[in-house]
Design a protein around this ligand. Structure first.
Ligand code: PLP
Length: 290
């Protein structure tokens, strides 16, 4: 009626992660992914990186107390329907995030938590100090709705043998869940040895999607295993895919989706992004498709 105005709300996601100046990964990828999934993106920066398509040239960590101030500022006012974590440069930052999650949940808020256990960049630069893997295992992963290691991260967290096939991924997912008691583990198969690229098409362009080869992620939720399969997209533009997937999962959880459909929707969105960006050439450091 006259004088009244209706208000609407958007699902809210807080991304706690590092900045990638090159715009491909980190907070920048998170904001783009959250926006594209239709949720409101908020951020708490853990570190700045000087980075481009050639790699990371410098890292500047945010003091843990200042990280806490950002998280408190956001949760104390706007609130969040999910949190996603990425790069956490040291064990103190891991402790700050774990404590903030526990206290927000303790205040009665359902808070899905997606933990992307970022340790080393694809280009080989350490994004976390020694002690972060242990702190993640002990303090943050136990609180996770889902933790999303790629194969090198799963190996680093478990300290076990190399994961070279889907059976190894299943074992790793179960092991990590049992070790931490987290709700679910999604082991991502993007580092399994890529299949050979498909032959060129009739018009001379390399096909970017191979319907025979598959991308496979394995999820263990504490009682059963699930596998997600899709086409393998042949592209060198994979920097930031982990950040994008974890953010998209957090967006779907913030909307209220259960975990399995949230992961399926996030994978579909990532596949579309990989397909759309496959012909893109940005910077001089990106490797061409294998
Ligand atoms: N830089 C930042 C700030 C990140 O958060 C990440 C990954 O999460 C990376 C770099 C590494 O991305 P990639 O391993 O895809 O190169």
């Amino acid at each position: 009626g006259a004088g009244s105005c209706s208000s609407t709300s958007l699902p809210r996601v807080l991304s706690i992660a590092g900045s990638d100046s090159g715009g491909g990964a980190g907070i920048q990828a998170d904001i783009k992914a959250l926006l594209s999934r239709g949720v409101f993106a908020m951020t708490a920066l853990t570190a700045l990186t000087a980075q481009n398509t050639h790699g990371v040239s410098a890292v500047h960590a945010v003091p843990p107390d200042f990280l806490r101030r950002q998280i408190d500022a956001v949760l104390g006012d706007l609130g969040a329907d999910a949190i996603k974590t990425g790069m956490l440069p040291n064990a103190e930052c891991v402790a700050v995030v774990a404590e903030a999650v526990r206290s927000y949940r303790g205040a009665g808020h359902a808070l899905p938590l997606v933990v992307d256990p970022v340790l080393v960049s694809t280009s080989g630069h350490a994004l976390a100090e020694g002690g972060v893997a242990a702190a993640l295992l002990r303090q943050l992963i136990p609180l996770a709705t889902v933790v999303t290691p790629n194969l090198p991260e799963a190996q680093a967290l478990l300290g076990g043998e190399q994961i070279v096939d889907v059976e190894g991924m299943r074992r790793a997912a179960k092991q990590l869940q049992a070790m931490t008691g987290c709700a679910a583990v999604l082991v991502k198969g993007g580092h399994l040895r890529p299949p050979p690229p498909p032959p060129p098409t009739a018009n001379g362009d390399a096909a970017t999607s191979d319907p025979v080869a598959e991308s496979i992620d394995v999820l263990y939720d504490g009682s059963s295993l699930h596998e997600f399969r899709g086409p393998w997209i042949h592209t060198g533009n994979t920097h930031g895919t982990g950040c994008t997937l974890a953010s998209a999962i957090s967006a779907e959880l913030a909307k209220g989706l259960p975990l399995l459909p949230a992961v399926a929707a996030a994978r579909a969105a990532l596949l579309e992004a990989l397909r759309a960006s496959a012909p893109l050439a940005l910077g001089s450091g990106v490797q061409r498709p294998f």
